[in-house]
Design a binder for this molecule. Structure first.
Ligand code: FES
Length: 440
C-alpha cells in the first residue's frame, strides 16, 4: 500500500547502512519528519549529527500522512482549554511550525507542491455541530483568525492561509549537512553511557541522543502509559480540486484534500488493533466517495492506512526523556498532526540541545504534570493495554515488544498490537515498531 505522495516523488538518495562503530555529537534514532528536521536544525548549529533509520527514511508515518498543515485541527482546543491553561500556546506552536515550513521552502527553493489555502473543520450532523460551536468559542478566546461559516459539507470553522504539500518532496529538498544511515536498526539503548547498539553489533557513541520514532523504541520508560496508537484510512479517486482542506468534527469523521488530479478521502480512525470485526474501512470510504462525490470504480487510485501516537492530554512530547537521562531526548505523540508537530518538536529539541531559548519547551515537556481531568481519558486506554497483556498466555501470537496479544487485521493481512501499535506481516516479519524483533 503506497500513498499518492510516493507516486509523485522520485525517491530520496540511497544512504548506506552503518557497518562500523561511530562517534558523533548527536545520534538521532528515526528518519521521519521529526528526526530529519531535528538533524537539519542541529547541523545548522554546527553539531556533527547522524540519523539512524531502521528502514528507508520517511517511508512510514511521514509518507502516509495526508500532508495537511492546518492550525484548525480535530476539535481539540475546547477539550484542551478545560485542562490546560497553555491552550493558546499550542495554537501558536502550530502557527510557528507552518511559518518554519514557509521559511525553509523559500530558503532552499524547494519544489514540494506547497499550496496555501483555507482549512475547514466541519460538522456533518447536529451533535458534531454543538461540538464545533464549543470549539469555535474556545478558539475565539485566543485568536480572531477563525470564522464560523457555512461550508459545502456543513457548518464549519474556517481559517485562511493554511497549507498542503508533498512532505517527501519537502524533505528531499532540505539541506542535509548530516549523516544518514538507512537499514540500521538500533536494538540496544545503553542510556547511562550514551551508547546505542545496532542489529549488526556496531556501537554508536553520542554526546546527545534523540529518539524520534513514532513510539519511543526503548523498554525502560513510562511512555506506554502516556500514549496509545491510532490508525486512519485513506482512499484516493479522480476529482476536481477542492481548493481547501476539510476535516470532520466527529470522532473518526471524514477528511478530504486534493492532490494533483485526485481527492484524498480519509477517516474511520480507531485505536490500533481495535478495529470492528469484519469492518472494511476502505470499502466504506469508497462507498462514501461514490455517494458524496459520484466517484466511479475506475476513478479510484491508491489506498493506505497510517498510524500515529496519541497522548492523553492532546499535546506531543518533546524534551529530555527522563530526569535521570538529561542527554537523551524524545519526540513523539503527534496526535495525527505529524507534520506540524514534527517540525515544531524538532525545533524545540534542537534549541534545548543548542542551549537556545525555546518558548515552547514547557508546553511540550515530557515531564509536565497531568491534571486530574486527564486521568479519565488515560484509564480506558490503560485497561485495553492491560487486557491485551492478560490475554497473552491464551493466544498463539504475542507481540515481540512486551508480549501483548496480537490481533489479526484481515483487510490488510497483518497482525497488529493493541498495546503500542507494532505490526507484523503474516510471516511474523516486523513492519512497524516499537517492537524491534520479528515474531518467533
Ligand atoms: Fe508494545 Fe506490542 S507494541 S506490546
Amino acid at each position: 500500500m503506497k500513498s499518492i505522495f510516493e507516486d509523485y516523488f522520485e525517491g530520496f538518495n540511497e544512504y548506506p547502512s552503518l557497518s562500523h562503530d561511530l562517534d558523533t555529537d548527536i545520534a538521532i534514532v528515526g528518519g521521519g519528519v521529526a528526526g530529519l528536521l531535528s538533524a537539519y536544525f542541529l547541523s545548522k548549529e554546527g553539531f556533527k549529527v547522524s540519523v539512524f533509520e531502521a528502514d528507508k527514511i520517511a517511508s512510514k508515518s511521514t509518507a502516509r500522512s495526508t500532508a495537511t498543515l492546518s492550525c484548525v485541527q480535530s476539535p481539540m482546543y475546547a477539550r484542551l482549554a478545560k485542562k490546560n491553561p497553555r491552550v493558546h500556546e499550542y495554537f501558536e506552536s502550530q502557527k510557528e511550525a507552518l511559518k518554519l515550513y514557509r521559511e525553509i521552502i523559500e530558503k532552499h527553493n524547494i519544489d514540494c507542491d506547497f499550496e496555501t489555502m483555507p482549512s475547514y473543520l466541519f460538522a456533518s450532523n447536529e451533535k458534531s455541530e454543538m461540538k464545533l460551536r464549543e470549539e469555535y468559542t474556545a478558539m475565539r478566546e485566543f485568536t480572531d483568525e477563525v470564522d464560523f461559516v457555512k461550508s459545502r459539507f456543513g457548518h464549519a470553522i474556517k481559517m485562511e492561509n493554511q497549507a498542503q504539500f508533498n512532505a517527501l518532496k519537502f524533505l528531499a529538498g532540505i539541506g542535509k549537512d548530516f549523516g544518514i544511515f538507512e537499514n540500521t536498526k538500533i536494538v540496544n539503548f545503553i542510556l547511562d553511557e550514551n551508547k546505542l547498539i545496532t542489529e549488526k553489533g556496531n556501537t554508536i557513541r553520542a554526546k546527545k541522543i534523540i529518539i524520534a520514532t513514532r513510539f519511543p523504541v526503548i523498554l525502560n520508560n513510562f511512555y506506554y502509559f502516556k500514549m496509545y496508537q491510532a490508525k486512519s484510512y485513506v482512499v484516493t479517486f479522480k476529482n476536481p480540486p477542492l481548493g481547501a482542506m476539510f476535516n470532520g468534527a466527529e470522532d473518526g469523521g471524514l477528511y478530504m484534500r486534493s492532490y494533483k488530479d485526485y481527492m484524498l478521502l480519509g477517516g474511520y480512525d480507531h485505536r490500533t488493533g481495535k478495529h470492528k470485526k469484519c469492518a472494511d474501512y476502505y470499502f466504506n470510504l469508497k462507498r462514501k466517495a461514490k455517494e458524496m462525490f459520484g466517484a466511479k470504480d475506475e476513478d479510484f487510485g491508491d489506498f493506505w492506512s497510517a498510524e500515529d501516537s496519541v497522548t492523553y492530554d492532546d499535546i506531543p512530547f518533546a524534551g529530555s526523556i527522563s530526569k535521570k537521562h538529561p542527554n537523551v531526548f524524545v519526540i513523539t505523540g503527534f496526535n495525527e498532526w505529524g507534520l506540524l508537530n514534527g517540525m515544531i518538536c524538532g525545533r524545540v529539541v534542537s534549541n534545548l540541545i543548542a542551549n537556545q531559548h525555546e518558548k515552547f519547551a514547557e508546553l511540550f515537556s515530557p515531564h509536565r504534570k497531568y491534571c486530574r481531568k486527564n486521568i479519565g481519558s488515560l484509564l480506558p486506554h490503560g485497561l485495553i493495554s492491560a487486557g491485551s497483556l492478560l490475554k497473552a498466555p491464551f493466544v498463539k501470537k504475542r507481540c515481540s515488544h512486551i508480549g501483548c496479544a496480537l490481533k489479526f487485521n484481515k483487510i490488510e493481512n497483518v497482525y497488529e498490537c493493541p498495546c503500542h501499535g507494532s505490526r507484523f506481516n503474516v510471516d511474523g516479519k516486523l513492519l512497524d515498531g516499537p517492537a524491534v524483533k520479528d515474531l518467533k
